[in-house]
Design a protein around this ligand. Structure first.
Ligand SMILES: C[S@@+](CC[C@H](N)C(=O)[O-])C[C@H]1O[C@@H](n2cnc3c(N)ncnc32)[C@H](O)[C@@H]1O
Length: 257
């Protein structure tokens, strides 16, 4: 029997229900059209380092491909996600993109790219070893001088305990309301938690109420920088003022040395 010491040392909690049994509701949770402004920041982060051209990009943790859908005119994409159900969502929005099911810490496609992009999915990395594994994946898929761009939702310095949000969207006769409550029970560790309540209401009937739990990573900015440099990247950060709550946010950019 063969052993993979990297995957054996990584903890893999089950994917949240949002990305498996409720993935079919993804466009009700998160509207592709809401990502146009964010995508501009990602395009600028790549173009300001690599210059013009239809660069080859790999997105890891692509989810439903909402952010990517605003960049496929600019870059030539391949993408992957740990959830086969989310890959189906990404496929229906981005039929021209080559898609794979795979964990961002261990996937190896045997190809290199000009850019590796990891949007908010990076927030599911819970430990420094997870981050080391993701940065090794990025390096394995980048040409020399290529760029890694990523954007955790929160940093240890910016996290607000507790944070709440709610949204409602309707498509045809299905309406989905989502309440999110994020909290941190241990400020000395590298995680926080989000509880989500999904209210799914069909054809004006009574809502089906479902609960979901997400564990997410929370690291100081200095940890991101230190681990990217340790992995062999030159580190930079671009302001990323896209959150409605005005939080301080950055695109973290690593140039593969
Ligand atoms: C918030 S969604 C991403 C949405 C995406 N930014 C978009 O624009 O549609 C987070 C995604 O991270 C994926 N994910 C979580 N852990 C992962 C891992 N270890 N490797 C790859 N993908 C992962 C989930 O399956 C989910 O699809």
């Amino acid at each position: 029997m063969s052993h993979d010491p990297v995957s054996e040392s990584l903890n893999s909690p089950p994917l949240p229900r949002l990305y498996t049994e409720f993935a079919k509701y993804w466009t009700l949770v998160s509207a592709p059209e809401d990502y146009a402004q964010e995508a501009e920041h990602w395009i600028n982060a790549v173009r300001s380092r690599l210059g013009p051209g239809r660069h080859r990009a790999l997105e890891l943790g692509v989810g439903g491909g909402n952010n990517m859908s605003h960049m496929t005119r600019e870059f030539e994409f391949v993408a992957a996600d740990a959830s086969a159900d989310m890959i189906e969502q990404a496929r229906s929005l981005n039929p021209e993109v080559e898609l794979h099911v795979g964990d961002m810490r261990t996937i190896r496609l045997g190809k290199t790219f000009d850019a590796v992009l990891i949007h908010d999915a990076i927030s599911y990395m819970l430990t420094e070893d997870d981050l080391r594994a993701v940065f090794a994946t990025a390096r394995a898929h980048l040409r020399s001088g290529g760029v890694l761009v990523t954007a955790p939702d929160w940093y240890r310095e910016t996290f607000r305990d507790s944070d709440t949000s709610a949204s409602t969207r309707r498509i045809n006769d299905v309406e989905l309301t989502m309440f999110e409550y994020s909290y941190d029970t241990d400020p000395t560790d590298t995680t926080y938690d989000t509880i989500m309540w999904l209210l799914i209401r069909k054809a004006g009937g009574s809502p089906q109420v479902e609960r979901d739990h997400h564990r997410l990573g929370l690291f100081p900015l200095a940890t991101w920088e230190g681990l990217m440099v340790e992995a062999g990247f030159g580190f930079g950060k671009d302001r990323y003022d896209v959150h409605e709550d005005g939080r301080e946010a950055y695109l973290l950019v690593g140039v593969n040395r």
